[in-house]
Write a protein that binds this ligand. Structure first.
Ligand code: NAP
Length: 533
């Protein structure tokens, strides 16, 4: 082994990958626990916003409390105003000429440095993610490592395409030599607004794409997850991005976020979050003086179809993981399960057996698979939905808030399966974003497909059945991310470079996916250059 490859092995020995997610080494647990203990001994610090490379303190603050235990004050953050958002846009504008004027190789170098820092800090970062969102440790580590991988992937794409400068065929003009070139150039100031559930990957991924393409960024995290947002900002700044290239503002979506989407000084936006907010941003953004790109990644109401030919153990495991991983708070969560009549009972028994063994509690602890939902208002919504489902059909499993012992300190809800809910019920089409899934029997795969596609969303979808049926499923399902016969997750678990991730219909505005071949180009516009010599 050469000295170079030895170093590589040492550095990457415990690097989380797609494979280690399902088979983590002991060292990974030890490191996570060490980082967690360090953090818990030093909670409740105050964190600034970062605008133009400088720390910014606001007059008002807000508290970041853990959904695991509301007594845990994680940090105190700045309640940024519309003026702070304006200042961040101005700082990004001022930094744009120099940043976009850099050679692409230099931007790639700095972004790779940021990705390396994220990987180096993965345990501390993931422990924060776990405390702030209530993710179990593997989900939290996945969110952070995926971010570094997304950034690296976008750097790879820029390198592979040599900065997207492509010589074209020259004009066949007699007596002249005309040289033609296609160049992709950045737009300017790019806003990134992220949701609470993947606060690292859905902030760092779009930011990495926008930055490596040559845009400057103003980033606003969700109010529930400002700490992971701060950690991300620190990685970009510590990597040496010049002041103003990446700006971090915190504050309510309704004021600070509103300014970011309505300010005419913004050239493009990537929003990830709910359908309602996303469509509002999409429409507001279109009301500007001229068209500007708005990449809106929105909700899901993801179906799984289980054929009578399915391997039911795989199907039950895949559905269990996708319906309830991260407490059902994934845009890709499996929320509608259509099972062919002859196997419905057997499938349901297997699913319930898995639920009966599920450990619920403080998700920073290794033994717990499920943690709390994000906040008390989400838990209240859970109670409302369960009430509706109970009235319309039957609760097959779960259906209660969990309040025994230490669970009373957080927002814990039992994973819930609802059965026999009539097709006309509104919750078949409404994203609940909670640990609730609905199951029903169908007479045929055609019926399942008709119902699966009968929603405004089109994000992910899963299938269990024969190879021939799977091909039919891919050809007919209206969704951007599709899986067949996957025990690791029926509808969840995309990883950059393996499963591009983006929605169709009401789930996404661009038709292009994150972590894919076509993503980074969206942050640039084409300029055709003809020079006659
Ligand atoms: P959300 O309520 O829509 O919030 C998303 C972000 O938008 C937050 O940063 C929020 O800030 C901000 N916001 C709210 N109102 C705003 C406004 N008027 N102007 C500008 N920004 C505003 O979503 P969430 O509850 O955080 O996340 C869950 C949703 O995200 C689900 O629907 C899920 O399916 C979707 N999601 C989609 C994907 C995907 O890739 N398609 C991935 C993950 C999640 P505040 O927190 O300060 O209000």
């Amino acid at each position: 082994m050469s000295p170079k490859s030895k170093k590589y092995t040492k550095l990457t020995q415990f690097r989380l990958t797609y494979a280690t997610m399902f088979d983590p080494p002991e060292e990974l647990h030890r490191r996570f626990e060490k980082a967690l203990a360090r953090l818990k001994a030093d909670l409740a610090r105050e964190y600034p916003m970062l605008i133009g490379g400088k720390e910014r303190i606001a007059a008002e603050k807000f508290e970041d409390r853990s959904p695991i235990n509301r007594d845990w004050l994680l940090g105190v953050f700045q309640k940024g105003t519309a003026q702070d958002a304006k200042d961040a846009i101005a700082a990004a504008r001022a930094a744009f000429p120099a940043w976009s004027g850099l050679r692409w190789q230099e931007r790639v170098r700095l972004l790779r440095k940021a990705a390396t820092l994220i990987t180096k800090r993965v345990y501390e970062f993931a422990a924060i993610d776990s405390l702030e969102v209530g993710k179990n440790r593997m989900e939290a580590l996945g969110d952070v490592q995926e971010t570094a991988d997304l950034i690296e992937y976008y750097c790879d794409q820029v390198e592979k395409h040599r900065g997207f400068e492509k010589p074209l065929r020259n004009d066949p003009l007699k007596g002249y030599r005309a040289r033609n070139l296609s160049v992709l150039r950045p737009y300017g100031v790019w806003v990134v607004i992220s949701p609470f559930n993947f606060p690292v990957a859905l902030a760092g991924g779009p930011s990495g794409g926008a930055l490596v393409a040559g845009n400057t960024v103003v980033f606003k995290p969700a109010t529930d997850t400002p700490w992971t947002g701060y950690m991300l900002a620190r990685c970009f700044l510590d990597a040496g991005l010049p002041p103003g290239v990446f700006n971090y503002v915190t504050g309510p979506g309704s004021t600070c976020g509103q300014e970011l989407m309505s300010n005419p000084g913004v050239d493009g936006i990537t929003f990830t979050g709910s359908y309602d907010v996303g469509m509002r941003i999409y429409r507001t953004f279109a009301a500007g003086a001229h068209p500007r790109p708005c990449i809106a990644e929105m909700g899901g109401k993801n179906p799984v179809i289980v054929s009578r030919r399915a391997n039911l153990d795989r199907a039950a495991l895949g559905v269990f993981r996708s319906a309830f991983g991260l407490q059902g708070q994934k845009c890709s969560a499996a929320s509608r399960i259509f099972v062919e009549k002859p196997v419905k009972e057997a499938f349901t028994k297997k699913l319930v057996a898995l639920l009966e063994q599920t450990k619920i509690g403080d998700p920073t602890r290794r033994e717990n698979y499920l943690g709390p939902v994000i906040n008390e208002s989400a838990a209240k919504e859970y109670e409302g939905y369960v009430g509706e489902l109970r009235e319309a059909g039957r609760i097959l499993f779960g259906g209660e808030r969990l309040t025994v012992g230490e669970l009373a300190m957080g927002s814990y809800c039992a994973p819930t399966v609802a059965d026999n809910v009539p097709e006309s019920h509104r919750l078949w089409k409404h994203e609940m974003f909670l640990p609730i899934t609905m199951i029903t029997e169908v007479d045929s795969l055609e019926e399942a497909m008709r119902r699966a596609n009968d929603v405004d969303y089109g994000l992910t979808a899963g299938f269990y059945g024969s190879k021939r049926e799977a091909k039919w499923f891919f050809d007919h399902i209206e969704a951007g991310v599709c899986y067949a016969n996957r025990p690791q997750g029926a509808t969840t678990g995309a990883w950059p470079g393996h499963q591009p991730f983006g929605g169709w219909k009401g789930s996404g505005s661009s038709g292009k996916s994150a972590g894919s071949l076509y993503y980074v180009q969206q942050f640039m516009r084409e300029q055709s250059r003809t020079v006659v010599e």
